[in-house]
Design a protein around this ligand. Sequence first.
Ligand code: ADP
Ligand code: MG
Length: 244
Amino acid sequence: MSGPVLRIRDVWKSFDGHDVLRGIDLDVAPGEVVALIGASGSGKSTLLRTVNLLEPIDDGRILLHDLDISDPRVDADAVRARIGVVFQQYNLFPHLTAQQNIALALRHVRGMRRRDADAAAVAALARVGLSDKASAHPDRLSGGQQQRVALARAVVGAPELLLLDEITSALDPELVGEVLDLVRTLADDGATIVMATHEMAFARDVADRVVFLDGGRIVEQGAPSDVLVSPREERTRAFLSRFL
Ligand code: ADP
Ligand code: MG
């Protein structure tokens, strides 16, 4: 499949009569890394949640490859099995070990047998450098290690698309790097990623495209070297000036 992995077309979403997404158009190509930036409340999480079918949209269309996933008749579980997601926090089940957290997803979402799921989970933990934490529960892991397990779980089934919503925002500063390094590795391995982030240096280094949201609209987008370094729009400049 060579066309866009994701096509978002004129998507509108309101909460309590307040428009939160106002005509979003966004295509994401295979292997592309898109960084969504914008102030708190600009609609980043809502946009990611609509793609993962956690929020129904009011108008527009969303296509995953050629499947219209905004069609209410779509099998939401089947769509979610094709998309890996990591949120800011509370990603892991506290009563399960790291390995069990990953294996559970494989068994329930992908219908794998226990033995195969366990083997895949072990391999996934090795890939994120946490082989020695397979039998650890989340409360015995650092926040950075928890997010690495969550990333392992998100990518273990080779999803077509990875959605990351400010996955380092809740971490102590010294733990951010190990998580971003892993995202960089996934990107280098060819993952298609849409990530909401406040890590501007990371966005500049890793993203192919930066998309600036303001008030539920895409105000400006382009190469990181353009949008982050010499933005055209005053609103983008004002937003970025907070990070200087
Ligand atoms: P961001 O992730 O960019 O901070 P959000 O997508 O979380 O922005 O929020 C966009 C706007 O939508 C905010 O005004 C927020 O208060 C509102 N919002 C988000 N989710 C809900 C919800 N479930 N119910 C009502 N309002 C919501
Ligand atoms: Mg958010």
